[in-house]
Design a protein around this ligand. Structure first.
Ligand code: ZN
Length: 150
């Protein structure tokens, strides 16, 4: 498992063991479910929106260390961000985990998300890392085809 050391960095381990904003939200404006059949990751993202801003965000579900940490860090980073900022960060994050860009001083916006830079060496893990971002996008778009209606 030595090659995984770079992947499971301290930040990822911390967030997977103690996920932040890990709860459901009864009064959420939007929510969406995401499922990654390759790994079995399954999450629900909850959002409160005011105008175009994410004023509150949380998640619930089960998944591997990568998907759980990604969800936890996402909720931490996106609280208070606008929809456009969230979308831009998703693009940057996706470029990082697919190896198109590398975590260096040129991408300070990534913050803690830079911990996922090792994911690009494990293509099967890319879906784990991006699952919650796709789920967030569904929630933001309020797409009735994707959002679960209970
Ligand atoms: Zn996974």
């Amino acid at each position: 498992m030595a090659e995984l050391e770079g992947l499971y960095q301290e930040v990822i381990l911390d967030h997977s063991k103690k996920p932040r904003n890990f709860h459901s939200m009864a009064d959420a404006d939007r929510h969406a479910d995401g499922y990654n059949p390759l790994c079995g990751d399954r999450f629900t993202v909850y959002l409160k929106l005011k105008d175009d801003k994410i004023v509150d965000i949380s998640f619930q579900g089960t998944g591997c260390a990568i998907s759980t940490a990604s969800a936890s860090i996402l909720t931490e980073i996106l609280k208070g961000k606008t929809r456009a900022q969230a979308e831009a960060l998703f693009e940057t994050f996706r470029d990082l985990v697919t190896g198109k860009i590398h975590a260096n001083g040129e991408t300070p916006a990534l913050g803690k998300l830079a911990a996922f830079s090792g994911v690009c060496e494990f293509p099967v893990r890319v879906k784990c890392a991006t699952l919650v971002w796709h789920t967030l996008r569904s929630a933001l778009e309020g797409d009735p085809e994707v959002v679960a209606t209970e």
